[in-house]
Design a protein. Structure first.
Length: 328
């Protein structure tokens, strides 16, 4: 079997030495972590400072990733490279100059919208989607120039298709599944997935129960059969894992994700009043130690060793190599 790197391209856990140890037990070479949902630049800088302290205190387990070569260095040194990302454009406020500053600070992914309309694009919960804004077009160009990846995981379809067309570099949907499999607002249409693949972009499959057919009861075989169908649609080189794992978080955090400071009313997002908190993970993917179960499931539905290696991390590594540096 070819050398298999393990990369999870989206998590937002309640970070602790326990979780970093579990990353090592699960053989995770790299994890893309969310550092902002609604925060402005100053609050995001404070979150980066918190991560820098974690890197200092737990340098035997984790370090800040900036390039694809850091994934290889993580494998060589028995650690996990942590790549920083934003699920919102709020940290750039209304200042395009902050794109490069955030990239200099180590940020490698930025969503153009998080559920709602932003200054750049439309979120998937809005009734109308007018597409990428004037500022959004300029920010995409600047993100392309610096090596900050455009992420459209929480964006509406027209905005996503326009971002794919406008961007000179392939974009990512780091954590979502096909809506044809499970029609959650956050999942993506076949039209979006085809356009993403044709442009060289990447999809990370989500293991968050609200994005799974059957929710927390989704089986490993159902999930892996969906991955196989998506590989047929997009090509196996354009897919990976973006688990959206929110391990050990209190329910107050999912309320912050949904509500932030933009409303005084409760918004349940993908949940409901009767199920307002974090849903339990499927029993086959409780935390990073279960990553190997994905390889087992993919093999069971007919994936070759080469394609398993790509889905588990090789495809993301290629994308990291091509995406995180300045445009040439």
């Amino acid at each position: 079997m070819p050398q298999t790197y393990r990369i999870d391209c989206l998590q937002y856990a309640n970070w602790s030495p326990k979780i970093f140890d579990q990353m090592r037990e699960g053989g995770l070479d790299a994890v893309h972590v969310t550092i902002a949902y609604h925060e402005d630049f100053r609050a995001t800088a404070a979150n980066i400072a918190d991560w820098n302290l974690r890197f200092q205190r737990h340098s035997d387990l984790i370090f800040k990733g900036r390039t694809g070569d850091d994934v290889r260095r993580a494998r060589e040194t028995g650690r996990t490279a942590i790549f920083l990302g934003l699920q919102t454009p709020a940290p750039i406020e209304a200042d395009i100059g902050l794109v490069e500053i955030l990239h200099d600070l180590g940020v490698r992914f930025m969503q153009l919208s998080y559920n709602n309309q932003s200054l750049l694009a439309t979120g998937c919960y809005e009734a109308d989607d007018p597409g990428i804004t004037r500022m959004g077009r300029q920010v995409i160009k600047e993100m392309n120039r610096t090596g900050l990846v455009v992420d459209m995981s929480h964006s509406a379809d027209r905005s996503t298709l326009e971002a794919i067309e406008i961007s000179d570099r392939p974009i990512a949907i780091t954590h979502a599944n096909p809506s044809a499999w499970h029609p959650a607002k956050r999942n993506k249409s076949d039209d979006v997935l085809r356009a993403l693949a044709q442009s060289g972009g990447m999809l990370g499959f989500s293991l968050y129960p609200h994005h799974l057919k059957g929710g927390s009861d989704c089986t490993l075989d159902d999930f892996c059969e969906m991955v196989a169908r998506t590989a047929d649609l997009m090509g196996p080189e354009h897919i990976g894992i973006g688990s959206d794992l929110c391990q050990d978080q209190p329910d107050s955090v999912v309320e912050w994700m949904r509500v932030g400071r933009w409303t005084r009313e409760m918004d349940y997002g993908e949940g409901s009043a009767s199920a307002a908190g974090f849903p339990p993970q499927p029993e086959w993917f409780r935390d990073n130690r279960d990553f190997a179960n994905l390889e087992t499931g993919l093999r069971r539905v007919g994936f070759s060793d080469e394609n398993i290696s790509g889905v588990i991390g090789g495809n993301w590594l290629r994308f990291y190599d091509e995406s995180f540096g300045p445009a040439t």
